[in-house]
Design a protein around this ligand. Structure first.
Ligand code: TEU
Ligand code: CA
Length: 541
């Protein structure tokens, strides 16, 4: 058995605003999550990562926190949160909170005070700089507002930094008092019984804006080691840092247990397989499966003996997995199951984003008024200013609009998909009468049951938990194939990313079925014809 619980676990990401509304205001909430704990138990997940539920003016749906130790009234009360932690624990489910400590809301008392009073002890919690020749300190920009990342504080003539929206003010991690305040806050949550943190843009906390170093600042790993020692050090605790800048080697550095930093990071290498590196967010290109698998495999081999992987296709910032890497046509279910098998066969901790387990799809919209995402709205404005007409700009927006992943969870075929009795804060995807939890649970061939089985396998199987990864490099480009070996057990994982038949040469051995997305499987390997999107895990003898 692996040493840590999170090495045997599957984590489910909840976007609370869109999971389950309990009081008809159209906004998902904590009592709603509690009411779905039986569902999560049936699915079998071990932990829930909640996107932020802290007090927030919601400039970026909770990623702008005004009080780290209070629950936003839209989501409930601290008593509700305590209930969630307790009731989840009764079912053996652990709670992982989102830790957003690269920035706070401009409405956080630290910043309010810092602004009002330049002598405030919290002034230096933020990043201030003097004007240069009467202008902004340098040309850093914010992707979320599309202009300078510096904002003038008129009374003092100094600028403060906000790399995201104007209401998300960057913290200054060089200040030891700020670091201590954050560790105290983390311990408050740890004492409440949470068992992990997902750490927002953790690669940015050690930024040095004067020299325009935004990620991987020189003191980053020192801060993470300090955080580890000051907070969860004596517990078996899950920490996963979001690190867009991380190479596989960086990911190993963050997660190498000998360094005492994090359990793992989200490394995004595989997500460039259908994007132009360094290109704009809408610059999509056809999925390059070779690039995709090489990126996944690179993390497997780099972290084979030290460090640990996270495994994911999607989250609240990304397109829906099946829309992006599979298909939404008649093969939607087959391809969603194929993606699940291809990923959950790897070594690491799988993360399932809400709705992925029923193959929820992207939700394109016709006009910008239907878009909530602050980033998508900014980019739309920029595209229009650069001369795109409305429909061209919307076509681009629909490719990366973060709302794609944020439409409410589709529970039933009934009104508002069972998400709310009121008007949902964001429109529900029109395909909910067909794609919903009730229908998926009733059909034993559905995507849901594949996830349920994979999650159970992860918990039970040492081959999946710790088996050595080996690529099978002789298969065609559109096929992902690898083995996992533990003691005398060897499993073969094979997945066809094409909507056509493909012939592959697999090790000529007898096999026993572990899981597949068709009703039957090749019992005798060798030359095998894979059907469209066919995927399986077989035990080799
Ligand atoms: O996202 C980090 C981030 O870099 C985003 O800009 C991401 O690249 C983009 O959303 C993809 O379109 C994290 C959170 O996950 C995101 O929801 C927050 O908006 C952001 O940090 C700021 O806190
Ligand atoms: Ca509500």
């Amino acid at each position: 058995m692996q040493a840590h619980w999170w090495q045997r676990a599957t984590v489910y990401q909840i976007y609370p605003r869109s999971f389950q509304d309990s009081n008809g205001d159209g906004i998902g909430d904590i009592p709603g999550i509690i009411s779905r704990l039986d569902y999560l138990t049936a699915l079998g997940v071990d932990a829930l990562w909640l996107s932020p539920v802290y007090k927030s003016p919601n400039a970026d749906n909770g990623y702008d926190i005004a009080d780290y130790q209070a629950i936003d009234p839209a989501y409930g009360t601290m008593a509700d949160m305590d209930q969630l932690i307790a009731q989840a624990a009764q079912r053996g489910i652990k709670i992982v909170m989102d830790l957003v400590v690269n920035h706070t809301s401009d409405e956080h008392p630290w910043f309010v005070d810092a602004r009002q009073n330049p002598d405030s002890p919290t002034r230096d919690y933020y990043v201030w700089a003097d004007a240069v020749d009467g202008h902004v300190p340098n040309d850093l920009t914010s992707g979320f507002i599309g202009g300078s990342a510096w904002e003038l504080d008129k009374p003092t003539g100094q600028y403060f930094l906000h790399l995201f929206s104007k209401k998300q003010i960057d913290l200054n991690w060089q200040n030891p008092d700020l670091r201590r305040a954050i560790y105290r806050m983390m311990n408050f949550w740890i004492d409440k019984g949470i068992e992990g943190f997902r750490m927002d843009v953790i690669d940015m906390i050690a930024k040095e804006p004067r020299t325009k170093v935004l990620v991987n600042g020189p003191h980053l790993h020192e801060y993470l080691h300090e955080m580890n020692r000051q907070t969860w050090r004596n517990r078996d605790f899950l920490t996963v840092g979001e690190a867009w800048s991380a190479s596989p080697e960086d990911a190993r550095q963050y997660s190498d247990e000998r360094r005492e930093e994090l359990s793992m990071v989200f490394q995004f290498g595989h997500l460039w397989a259908d994007r132009r590196v360094g290109g704009a967010k809408w610059e999509q290109r056809p999925l390059d499966v070779v690039q995709l698998k090489q990126a996944l495999y690179a993390c497997q081999t780099t972290m084979a003996t030290h460090g640990w992987n996270s495994l994911f296709w999607s989250n609240h910032d990304l397109p829906r997995a099946v829309s992006r890497f599979g298909t939404t046509n008649q093969y939607r279910e087959l391809s969603a199951k194929m993606l699940a098998i291809a990923l959950h066969g790897l070594k690491g901790t799988p993360f399932v984003y809400q709705g992925e387990e029923i193959g929820m799809t992207d939700c394109p919209v016709a006009t910008i008024d239907q878009v909530d995402d602050v980033e998508a709205r900014t980019i739309y404005r920029q595209l229009r200013a650069q001369g795109d007409d409305a429909s061209t700009a919307m076509r681009k927006v629909n490719i990366f609009n973060r709302d794609n992943a944020r439409t409410p969870m589709q529970w039933t075929a009934k009104q508002q998909a069972g998400f709310t009795t009121g008007k949902p804060w964001l429109a529900i995807n029109a395909n909910y009468p067909r794609i919903n939890v009730a229908a998926a649970q009733a059909d034993h061939q559905s995507v849901w049951w594949t996830y349920q089985r994979l999650i159970r396998l992860r918990k039970q199987s040492p081959v999946l938990q710790q088996g050595e990864f080996t690529e099978i490099s002789t298969v065609p480009a559109l096929v992902v194939a690898y083995t996992r070996t533990w003691q005398r057990n060897q499993w073969l994982i094979c997945a066809n990313f094409a909507d056509t038949f493909i012939t592959v040469d697999l090790p000529k051995r007898a096999s026993e079925l572990i899981i597949s997305n068709y009703q039957d499987y090749p019992e005798q390997l060798g030359q095998v014809v894979l059907r469209p999107y066919e995927a399986f895990i077989l035990a080799l003898s």
